[in-house]
Design a protein around this ligand. Structure first.
Ligand code: PMP
Length: 362
């Protein structure tokens, strides 16, 4: 609508307009309950229906097998960097990490406190623009799991297929491509994601975990990080982020109404292709450093050949109501995050702007 901008932020990020409007219409008095979701007891029948429907819709969307639990937690994906080794390892257990960007690196560093992780491949020397060939990986034979970051939000590198870990346990941080495409959940031991990119507001962290992995946490594990506590209590051990879970539920409902994740992936591919084609077709005026086969459908980093024009690019784009295009402070340049909720019209407008900008300054 007229008063909204196209928000290319990496997260918190844009949410579907119809979801925001629905939340607005229910804010003051949720479905005749006489109160807003923010004011409800998390143990009352109203909120129970909200969290149960959110879980059941997510299960439908991702086709989550019965042997998996879905947990709605707090603390962001960052908390999971610690929770995963704490729940799956003894302090001396070996685990493998593929480091394809800053987030994989952070996960590895946190795991050092609670296990013996090894980086079996790092893209750092190539500025995190690649994903390795899986057959060349030297996995640790007795590693408890292999951890990947399925989509590196800062560097724009995305796994299109997944490596097979030696012992079968693959763990993935899907924070920035969660629900952006169908995923075969049965390939993973744990999938986890902060909600604030594709499915809701910050404050909710979703963990999908194979049930047989629950219940072996290290003694020192805080209750809030112990999957068994949350699983036994259906994510209601303590007060959960109720409003955030409600918002995620509205997004899941919306994704189902749109026909599910296969259709969403198609739309995401179309948007990303449009943008990457504009970059690649600019005769070097714009450049994306990421290897073509692993470019993210969600986060598109690019630079300007004339880097002195970057501030001007961002300023002029903002004047045309396209905001948050500045790249992450660690890499510079630009980054357009085009999650599920970014309409095709937003990407079309950005591409048209990029062409005009180039014509003006080339
Ligand atoms: N992993 C990835 C891939 C991310 O993009 C982010 C946040 N940008 C995080 C982890 C950290 O998430 P949080 O801020 O929810 O702790």
């Amino acid at each position: 609508s007229q008063d909204r901008v196209f928000n290319f932020a990496a997260g918190p990020a844009n949410l579907p307009e119809n979801v925001l409007k629905k939340a607005q219409s229910e804010l003051y008095n949720w479905r005749g309950s006489g109160m807003s979701v923010m004011e409800m007891s998390h143990r009352g029948k109203e909120f129970s229906s909200i969290i149960q429907k959110a879980e059941s819709d997510l299960r439908t969307l991702l086709n989550i097998p019965q042997e998996y639990s879905v947990l709605f937690l707090q603390g962001g994906a960052t908390t999971q960097f610690a929770a995963i080794p704490l729940n799956l390892c003894k302090p001396d257990d070996k685990v493998d990490y593929l480091v394809t960007g800053s987030w994989g690196d952070k996960a590895f560093k946190e795991a050092q406190k609670y296990s013996k992780p090894k980086v079996i491949w790092s893209g750092k020397s190539e500025k995190y623009t690649k994903i390795p060939a899986f057959d060349a990986l030297e996995q640790t034979p007795d590693a408890k799991y292999l951890h990947i970051c399925a989509n590196e939000t800062i560097h724009g590198v995305e796994f299109k297929t997944y490596p097979t870990p030696k012992n079968g346990l693959l763990i993935a941080d899907m924070s920035s491509n969660f629900c952006s495409k169908p995923v075969d959940v049965s390939k993973f031991g744990i999938i986890y994601a902060g909600a604030q990119k594709n499915v809701g507001p910050s404050g909710v962290t979703i963990v999908i975990i194979r049930k047989d992995l629950i219940g072996n946490a290290q003694e020192v594990t805080p209750v809030m990080l112990d999957y068994k506590i949350h699983d036994d209590n259906n994510s209601l051990y303590n007060t959960p982020p109720c409003y955030g879970i409600y918002m995620c539920g509205l997004v899941f409902e919306d994704l189902l109404e749109q026909g599910g994740l296969a259709g969403i992936e198609k739309k995401n591919k179309k948007k990303a292709e449009l943008l990457y084609n504009a970059i690649d077709g600019s005769n070097g005026f714009y450049r994306c450093p990421v290897e073509k086969s692993v470019r993210s459908l969600m986060n598109v980093p690019f630079t300007l050949e004339k880097s002195e024009l970057e501030a001007e690019f961002i300023k002029e784009a903002a004047k045309e109501k396209m905001v948050q295009l500045k790249g992450h402070r660690s890499v510079g340049g630009m980054r357009a995050s085009i999650y599920n909720a970014m309409p095709l019209a937003g990407v079309e407008k950005l591409v048209a702007f990029m062409k005009d900008f180039q014509a003006k300054y080339a």
